[in-house]
Design a protein around this ligand. Structure first.
Ligand code: NAI
Length: 251
C-alpha cells in the first residue's frame, strides 16, 4: 500500500482522512500538536507553526511518502501571527521538506476554505507572497505587508490557494508530483464554533440558510483521499470546493 502522511490527525477532518486512508489500505502516519485519538501506523507529535519543530518532525518520517495532506489549521480567533505560521508559512516549509521524499506520481493535498474564495481580489499580493519562498522570506514579506487580525484566516486561506496554483506547476512538470486544494464550506468539527466568533452570528446564519446542513468530515475526507489516489493523476493545481453548493449560491 501507499504511505500517506497527514497533518491535523488528532481531530476533525484530519482524523477522518486518516481513518478512510487506513480503511483503503494505506500506511498512515499522523502529525499533530495533540495526541491521536484513533489508530494510526505512526504518529509524530509536533507544533507545525515552528520551523525547528517541523525540521525535527520531518526527520522522523519515512524515506518514501506517496501522498501528503496538509490539514492542520487554526481558526481566526487565534493570534494573527500564529495563523500565518500554522496555516501558511509552516505549511509551506513542511511541504518543501517532505517533497524530496515523494516519488513521481506522488500527491499533495492542502485544505483551504470557502472563506478563501475571494483570492482574485488580492491576486497580486498573494503572488508576491508565494514568490517570497521559504519561511523567513515569507515572514519578512508579511512584516512589510501586515494582515489585519479580523481577516487573517481568510487572507492565509486565499494565499494558500494562490501558492497551490502557482507552486504546483513547477512540481508537477519537474517532479511529477501533483498538488491540489480542497475548499470546504462549514463542516461539523470543533473549529465550527470559532467561525461564529470570527465571522459574526449573522454571516453564519445567512450561510446556514443557504444550505441544508454543514458537511460531515467524512464527506470532505472522501474528496481528499480521491485526490491522493492515482485516479486523480491528471488533476493538478486546482482548488475543489466541498461545500454542498454553498459557493455557487453567492453568484
Ligand atoms: P479541528 O480543530 O477539528 O482540527 C484541527 C487540527 O489541527 C487539530 O487536531 C489541531 O491539534 C491541529 N493543529 C492546530 N494547530 C496545530 C499546530 N500548530 N501544530 C500541529 N497541529 C495543529 O478543525 P478541522 O475542521 O478538522 O480543520 C481542519 C482544516 O480544515 C483546517 O485547516 C481548517 O482551517 C479547515 N477548514 C475547516 C472548516 C470547518 O468548518 N470545520 C471549513 C473550512 C476549512
Amino acid at each position: 500500500g501507499k504511505t500517506v502522511v497527514i497533518t491535523g490527525t488528532s481531530s476533525g477532518i484530519g482524523a477522518e482522512v486518516a481513518r478512510l486512508a487506513r480503511f483503503q489500505g494505506a500506511h498512515v502516519i499522523g502529525m499533530d500538536r495533540n495526541d491521536p485519538t484513533l489508530t494510526l501506523d505512526g504518529f509524530v507529535k509536533a507544533d507545525l507553526g515552528s520551523v525547528a519543530a517541523i525540521d525535527a518532525a520531518v526527520a522522523e518520517l519515512p524515506a518514501r511518502i506517496d501522498a501528503f495532506c496538509n490539514i492542520a489549521g487554526v481558526p481566526g480567533t487565534a493570534d494573527g501571527e500564529l495563523v500565518a505560521r500554522v496555516n501558511y508559512l509552516g505549511l509551506r516549509h513542511l511541504t518543501e521538506a517532505v517533497l524530496p521524499r515523494m516519488p513521481r506520481g506522488g500527491s499533495i493535498v492542502n485544505v483551504a476554505s470557502i472563506l478563501g474564495a475571494e483570492w482574485p481580489l488580492r491576486l497580486d499580493l498573494h503572488k508576491q507572497l508565494a514568490a517570497a519562498k521559504g519561511f523567513e522570506a515569507g515572514a519578512a514579506w508579511l512584516r512589510d505587508h501586515p494582515v489585519p487580525q479580523a481577516t487573517c484566516y481568510q487572507y492565509f486561506k486565499e494565499a494558500l490557494i494562490v501558492w497551490n496554483a502557482t507552486q504546483s506547476q513547477e512540481w508537477f512538470l519537474g517532479k511529477g508530483v501533483r498538488m491540489n486544494c480542497v475548499a470546504p464550506g462549514p463542516v461539523f468539527t470543533p473549529i465550527l464554533g470559532d467561525f461564529v466568533s470570527m465571522l459574526g452570528e449573522e454571516r453564519v446564519q445567512a450561510d446556514a440558510h443557504r444550505m441544508l446542513r454543514p458537511a460531515f468530515a467524512d464527506e470532505v475526507a472522501a474528496v481528499i483521499t480521491w485526490l491522493c489516489s492515482d485516479a486523480a493523476r491528471w488533476v493538478s493545481g486546482v482548488n475543489i470546493p466541498v461545500d454542498g453548493g454553498l459557493a455557487s449560491t453567492y453568484l
